[in-house]
Design a protein around this ligand. Structure first.
Ligand SMILES: Nc1ncnc2c1ncn2[C@@H]1O[C@H](COP(=O)(O)OP(=O)(O)OP(=O)(O)O)[C@@H](O)[C@H]1O
Ligand SMILES: Nc1nc2c(ncn2[C@@H]2O[C@H](COP(=O)(O)O)[C@@H](O)[C@H]2O)c(=O)[nH]1
Length: 207
């Protein structure tokens, strides 16, 4: 069967992969982008086996599924990438990316470091953006203040963050590395990095 993900990836605007430690501020920044650039960006809704947090919506923030359902879908080849993070499964389905690309929008993927490495093996050809916290201390404070994690989950995320912060320094792994200290400054840098792609979508939509 033909893989339409590949055809669409080549035809439309380049997707954007946002990665970085849990708590660095990826969701905060991408939500600002989606709000300011309505009709330019679309979010790739991942699947996860973790439970929804208060305020999260099934089908909007994630597709919340059981491990059995997710494993079966992976076995059927429905996922571009998948990973185990902090005791749960996460993955990007082909359908999630296609849904955004079919609307000719810039597809944003919020994925962990394993996801980045796996996407590198595909021909999705995204712009790779790493969002990093100013320090481990700030990251821990942000995660604690967010009040979404148990102590066990928090410790797992902090351990993963240390590894992520080291690997993200690897030359050539990311196109853009943003330290999210002051939110407005970080958001400005993110917009600057994506300006060319944003303009392309706007030009296409005008014509
Ligand atoms: N520049 C900033 N200054 C202060 N607080 C921030 C900043 N950016 C984000 N935050 C806060 O830090 C917390 C973590 O941010 P966010 O949830 O966006 O991180 P994330 O990288 O998406 O995490 P995860 O990978 O776990 O989903 C949130 O409570 C958010 O409001
Ligand atoms: N490899 C993938 N990683 C993903 C995906 N969706 C989210 N994530 C990453 O998981 C962690 C934790 O997310 P949280 O919502 O539980 O805080 C975070 O680093 C996300 O970037 C995915 O589809 N694939």
């Amino acid at each position: 069967m033909r893989d339409h993900t590949k055809e669409k990836a080549m035809a439309g605007p380049r997707p954007v992969v946002m990665s970085g430690p849990s708590g660095a501020g990826k969701s905060t920044l991408l939500k600002k982008l989606l709000k300011e650039f309505d009709g330019v960006f679309g979010f790739s809704v991942s699947h996860t086996t973790r439970s929804p947090r208060p305020g999260e919506e099934n089908g909007k923030d994630y597709h919340y599924v059981t491990r059995e359902v997710m494993q079966a879908a992976i076995a059927k080849g429905e996922f571009i990438e998948n990973a185990e993070f902090s005791g749960n499964m996460y993955g990007t389905s082909k359908a999630a990316v296609q849904a955004v690309q079919a609307k000719n929008l810039i597809c944003i993927l919020d994925i962990d470091m394993q996801g980045v490495k796996n996407i590198k093996r595909t021909d999705l050809n995204p712009i790779y953006v790493s969002i990093q916290p100013p320090s481990m201390e700030t990251l821990e404070k942000r995660l604690r203040d967010r009040k979404t994690e148990s102590e066990e989950s928090l410790q797992k995320r902090l351990r993963a963050a240390k590894v992520d912060m080291e690997i993200s320094k690897e030359p050539g792994l990311f196109d853009v590395l943003i330290i999210n200290d002051d939110l407005d400054l970080a958001y400005g840098k993110l917009k600057d990095a994506l300006l060319e792609e944003i303009q392309k979508v706007r030009d296409t939509n005008k014509s």
